[in-house]
Design a protein around this ligand. Sequence first.
Ligand code: ASP
Length: 295
Amino acid sequence: MTTILATWEQPGKVAIETASRAIQDGADLRTILEKGLAACELDPELLAIGLGALPNSDGEVELDGSMMDGADLSAGAVCSVRGIVPVISVARRVMEKTPHVMIAGEQARRFAISQGFRPQNLMTAENVRRYDEWKQSPAEVERAYVHAADEHYGDTVTMIGWETPGHLVAASSTSGLAWKMPGRVGDSPIIGAGIYADDDAGAAGATGWGEELWKGMASFRAVENMRRGMNAQEACDETIRQMLRRQPRCVDMMCVVFAASKDGDFGAATTTGEFPMWICQDGKIEMRKYAAPGA
Ligand code: ASP
């Protein structure tokens, strides 16, 4: 049996449907998640990740991606990559073809090219239009990349895959916060912050306000909570409770953590608002909504 989880309503739908087809084709967990995320990255209509994503404050799309396999803790990531998609596939190459965990910026782009990826312009008519609109609004530019809970753009798709008897892979792809400072990197490509997977305990992923999720080491913390015996929902609730206690500003900034335990149960929690998560189980796809612990 295989269970796949994917974040956010619109980009997540493409990811989960693609992953579901990959399961039917008999793909392994790494490939199921890679295909799900790559399909989103290559879809120019989706503003969240990859081609056509919302750019940084200079009008350039900068992408981050990561993958971790809980079987042996292998991990690979890239950050601040320009002009290459899908970055999730580059992150997987870092994991499988180099002795390293992360390659950054221009060197990640060069590594991708050496692996056969073709550089391309990631700006489309729609993200250029959105950027120009943002740039022309002084109030918006003043606020720069600060997002409040009710205006989260869902700039990331993070996925977790679980298969019997208890193998887990986590992966994430993001364009980061829209209008971010050039070179800014959030939680998504950081192992322990944006994703973590350990077959001994479980896997977790994060999305939302990357700086706070990173400071809180949200994914690692959720996995450690499962290691201490919590199920996935309890582990997520406890992670969010700890973040709210130590990082009280998160009450107004959407920070989400979701998880699957080594036994295959899953859950999610958010500091504020309502978080939509896709679930593919036994060939059936459904979306559930999650809130703050106790809400
Ligand atoms: N966590 C991502 C970041 O901060 C953004 C997101 O999840 O939408 O880069």
